[in-house]
Design a protein around this ligand. Sequence first.
Ligand code: BTN
Length: 236
Amino acid sequence: MPNSVLRFNVASVRARLPGRRIDWFESLDSTMIEARRDMQPGRIVGAEEQTAGMGRHGRKWISKAGAGLYVSMVLAANPIPVVMLALGLATRQAIGCGDIRWPNDVLIEGKKCAGVLAQLEGDTIIAGVGINVSQMEFPEDLETPATSLLLEGVRISREDLLVALVESVDFYTRRNSDDILREFTNASSYVFGKRVRVEAGLEGVTCGLDPAGFLRVREDNGTETTVFTGGVRRLG
Ligand code: BTN
């Protein structure tokens, strides 16, 4: 890690989250892979850097040393996709601002500053959260432009961010589905009236969530479709 980057103070986080197992690594291929090795519920795996950080749909998650928060949390399984929405709400709450692009990307001014990857392993969910904290630049060819909290004027240490994230994940993953759907609808500008392209190719205007948390999109010919997988991109 470059000398200019502050080392993560895992002892201070452990003191603020008593009883939580937090395994912190200097470098990992991916916290998702390490978390899968021992899926003790509540376990948190973090790394200063990831050499093979994973995004959704086989994309990479750029994980420069010390510049972001890269963690995976082991959770008891909840219904998918409501848990996906709960994780988006939790990540946004930890950051303290932002919009949520269905199902769980956190955007500030239309640029992505955090993403969530959830993997189901039997009865367990491994929830991976990546938050861009202090990066000053990103590749220009990203599908969605990226930003960091620092670039957006949000000053928060990675330690405070992890404590807030764990607390908010605990909070939201214990809420019932109706609460999650309501809160998500309030927090995300993507649920109603947003013109989007769905990764499967379809285009239309979003018109709410179904009871399971999937996104509804109305095409220009009036057909309503439920988006089960993939993401959406804003058009216009
Ligand atoms: C996305 O594509 O938006 C999801 C990004 C998830 C990145 C996080 S960083 C910590 C955890 N480990 C990984 O390899 N991926 C997730």
